[in-house]
Structures are given as C-alpha cells and as structure tokens.
Design a protein around this ligand. Structure first.
Ligand code: NAI
Ligand code: MG
Length: 492
C-alpha cells in the first residue's frame, strides 16, 4: 500500500473509475519510493472528460451564470487554497521534491493569481465600433469553449492557477491534465473546485501520460484550445496534433535566459538575485537566469563570489525547514542534468564549483549547485535548457556584445540586466528579444503582468488581461438600422 491512493478521476462533477484500468505510480524524489497511486486517464477517459466539459458549455455555465458569479466562484476557490495551504504544500513537497518554504509560497501565489482573475471576470468587455451613423457595431468576447490544460511537473500548484484563473474567468470549461510525475496535488485541487461549487463538468481533472492522455486532448476534435506549459519539443507535437480543428494555442515553453551584469551594477544586490535566479527550485524553472553575462572588469570578482554563494546552498530533504533546494523531481531530469555537466567538462568549460552528488545522500535525485566559467555562448551548455542547478558564466566587453550574446539563442522568455545608467537600461531593454525584461531585478512575475516568450519560448501570453483575451473568441456583430433602400447591384 502506498501512502496516498486516488483511485478515481474527476469528470463531470463525479469521481469515476478510469476506463483505462491503470494507475500512475508517483515517486517521492527524495526517497525514490512510490508514495502515491493515482488513476490514469486513457483515450476513452479523455473522451468522457471532453464530453462532460462540452455539456457544461451547453448548460447554465454559459447561459445563466453571470460574470460576477464566475468571479465569486474563483474567489471561493482562492479562499479554499488559502485554508488548505499547509496540507497542499506538504503534498507538493512530497511529490515534486521542492522544499516546504517554496511550496508554501507557491500555494500563496496561486491564491494571488486566482484572486486577480476572480476580480477580472466581470471586466471582460467588448467594444462598440462607430462604422457609420446608421449602424451599431460591437464586439463580444465569448469563451473559446473547451480548454485542454496540459501542465508540467516543476510548479504544479501555481501553474494550475495560471490556467484555471483566466480560462474560468472567461467562462470556459477545462479538462486539466497534470504531469505524470506530479499528479497528486491536482487531485486535491479537484476536490476544492467541487467544494467551491463550480457546476459539474466545468473543471475536470484527468492525470495521464503525455503520449496518451496529452496527445488525446491535443488531437481531440471537440477541444477548442490547448494551454500548455512544458518543452518546446512537446509544443511542436501538440501544434501538429492540434491542427485537426485549428485549435487556439497558448504555449509557455522553456528558456535559456540571459542575466547581464554591467560593471556599474549594484553588485551586492545583483549577487543575491543572480544566485537565487540560477539555483532556485533546483534549477527546474523555465525562467532561470541560467546564462550569466558579466562585464570583463568585474568578471573575476563576481564569479568568485557567486561560486562561493552557490557552494553554500543547502541541498536537503524537502520537509526539513533548513533546506534551500531539494532533489530534482525525476530520475530522468537528474540524468539530463548530469549529462550536461559531463558535456560542459568535455567542451572545456571551467568547472568552478559543484558538479557531483552532494555528500550524505545514497538515495534521492540530489545534485550539487554547479557553476561553469568562461563558457562559450555557442556551446550546448550555453544554448540548451538544462532544467537543473547549472549556471554558465560568460564574460563580455561592451554593451553591444552583451546584447548580441543575450539574443544569440533560440529562446526568448526572460532577460535581466543590472546597471545604474538609465539610458543604457532603456536601450538594452528595447534591444533584447525576450517576452519579459527586468532591470535591477530578475523575472518579476505578477498576475497583472503579461508573461510569455519570443521565439521557441512560447506562443501567446499568460497573466494580465492579456491572458484572458487568449481564452476568448471575438465575435463582431453589426446591426444596420438604415431606412434607405440598400444599394442593389443586380437591379434590372
Ligand atoms: P514535456 O513537455 O514532455 O511535458 C510537459 C507536459 O506535456 C506533461 O503533462 C506531459 O505529460 C505532456 N506531454 C508530453 N508529451 C505530450 C504529447 N505528445 N502531447 C500532449 N502532451 C504531452 O516535458 P518533460 O519531458 O517532462 O521535461 C523535459 C524538459 O522540458 C525539461 O528538462 C525542461 O527542459 C523542459 N520543461 C520546461 C517546462 C517549463 O516550465 N517551460 C516545464 C517542464 C519541462
Ligand atoms: Mg512524484
């Protein structure tokens, strides 16, 4: 017997046994033991979930419930997450391996996000467009319909709020598929959506594997939109599968974000933020400052100091309050990180700290914070997303060189720069190919701020009113009240 058992899927407001007859065995990455079993959705289960969402869209959710009531339901969900924050955080720490202080703050942030979207629900309006005096032309923002939300394993609770918030505020129904590595918190979330009082079928939760349940959603003719967070390779697959009915798509993929430290930076603050940005969540974030570009004059000193700070990060058990970072979430991710460390050594980058497994762990997917210096920006270590605590440090001479290096990558999610020169701040911010640029901080995310990627980092935007627009279809209505006879080209 495992510690947690979830034998049923949440479909159409009911807890139903999976037609697939299968379960996902979820591993605690700190012990490598299976700690939970969760029902696995197969093709048939996805069909049922989509049908339930479709029928919710044909009922009162669309025809009777007001925008303000949708907002109230989201407020209720936010308050239930706040009530259960400690339990949800512990669940996530067990399933994902992040330390408790991170998972607690993640649940708190999910509450902030749901609260923002709750307040936005009754502010989604169309416009009236004055095409001529004798007509009323206006746009309606209608829900796109059934949304398939496909989630990753790195920040499950927070990202559920990023998908559910705007989708539900805009009046859609959602089929949510958590990642197979971290399905447990989604089952707890499903219970809370039921308690909050969302009508049956508005939220369905169906854990499953990407190539089965994920692909079934992406290729389903009755799903109108896919909102996906994960790798760009999978985004490409989804885009192909989604072409069957030209689904609307929002993608938030990875990054290899440049963090530029100019010589006039506030070094003390930059050091704290650069360390946090490179190693938080054991490197398992799309918006890591994983390429640190440092101006030549301050390069040796900055490198020494960030390496020393990296060496002091406490790697430990997720439930230990002293832990700074936990293990990687899966054996596959650990192997991927280790392979990039080997690659870095082979390519001749200078290993300054870390590179191995921390002392004192015989089990668990633990890895040391690792810093490579003098990295060639064209090398794979600098070009590819590792998703582990591995920082590539690269020197530069001029502002032009910094911008060129920063942009010389296939990704474009986040970029940061540190300078006291206000003109340079604006110049460089304008030149960077990135969906978010932060100056004298790194990766400020907020429910009010649009977030998303240039290039391979994504499609569309999450957060802010911008996100809501991506969950609506615009309908233009023209009412002509002209009394004169219309022009008749077929007269006689
Ligand atoms: P992935 O992109 O394969 O998985 C993310 C989600 O997509 C999961 O729910 C998975 O079940 C689903 N999925 C997989 N194949 C699918 C398909 N054919 N159709 C529909 N859904 C599918 O990412 P994975 O393999 O877990 O991680 C690999 C790398 O991807 C990581 O090392 C990291 O570099 C990157 N990644 C980036 C994330 C981000 O936040 N942008 C999150 C997770 C991974
Ligand atoms: Mg797990």
């Amino acid at each position: 017997m495992t510690e947690r058992n979830y034998e049923r899927l949440y479909i159409g407001g009911e807890w139903v046994l999976p037609r697939s007859g299968k379960v996902i065995r979820s591993i605690d990455p700190a012990t490598e033991n299976v700690w939970a079993e969760v029902a696995e959705a197969g093709d048939e289960d996805i069909d049922l979930a989509v049908a339930a969402a479709r029928s919710a869209m044909a009922g009162p959710w669309k025809t009777k419930i007001t925008a303000s009531q949708r907002g109230e339901l989201l407020f209720k969900l936010a308050s239930l997450l706040r009530r259960d924050a400690a339990k949800l955080a512990e669940t996530e720490s067990r399933d994902n391996g992040k330390p408790l202080r991170d998972t607690i703050s993640e649940v708190q942030r999910a509450v902030e996000w749901l609260t923002f979207f709750a307040g936005a629900a009754d502010k989604i309006t169309g416009e009236q467009i004055p095409i001529k005096p004798s007509a009323l032309a206006y746009t309606r923002r209608e829900p796109v319909g059934v949304v398939g939300a496909i989630l990753p394993w790195n920040s499950p609770m927070l990202l559920y709020s990023w998908k559910l918030g705007p989708a539900l505020a805009a009046g859609n129904a959602v089929v949510l598929k958590p990642a197979e590595q971290t399905p447990v918190s989604a089952m707890e979330l499903a219970k809370l959506t039921a308690e909050a009082g969302f009508p049956a079928g508005v939220v369905n939760v169906v854990p499953g594997y990407g190539n089965v349940a994920g692909a079934a959603l992406a290729g389903h003719g009755e799903v109108n939109k896919i909102s996906f967070t994960g790798s760009h390779a999978t985004a490409r697959r989804i885009m192909q599968d989604a072409s069957v009915n030209l689904k609307r798509l929002t993608f938030e993929c990875g990054g290899k974000s440049p963090h530029i430290i100019f010589e006039d930076a506030d070094i003390e603050r930059a050091l704290i933020v650069a360390t946090q940005s490179a190693f938080r969540s054991t490197g398992q974030s799309c918006s890591l400052g994983s390429r640190l570009l440092v101006q030549r004059k301050i390069y040796p000193q900055f490198l020494d100091r960030i390496a020393a700070r990296a060496g002091r990060i406490r790697v430990g058990m997720p439930l230990d309050p002293k832990t700074h970072i936990g293990p990687q979430t899966s054996a596959e991710q650990l192997a991927k990180t280790q392979s990039y460390i080997e690659l870095g050594k082979e390519a001749g980058a200078r290993l300054v700290t870390g590179g191995g497994r921390p002392a004192g762990f015989d089990r668990g997917y633990f890895i040391e914070p690792t810093v490579f210096a003098d990295v060639d920006n064209r090398s794979r270590l600098a070009q590819e997303e590792i998703f582990g605590p591995v920082l590539a440090v690269i020197p530069f001479d001029s502002e032009e060189e910094a911008v060129a290096l920063a942009n010389d990558v296939e990704y474009g999610l986040v970029a940061g720069l540190w300078t006291r020169d206000v003109s340079r701040a604006h110049r460089v911010a304008a030149a960077l190919e990135s969906g978010l640029v932060t100056v004298n901080s790194f990766r400020t995310t907020h429910p009010m701020l649009p977030y998303g990627g240039y290039k391979l980092s994504g499609l569309g935007r999450e957060n802010g009113m911008e996100a809501i627009h991506h969950y609506t279809e615009i309908k233009t209505v023209v009412i002509d009240f002209d009394t004169a006879a219309p022009a008749d080209p077929f007269q006689d």
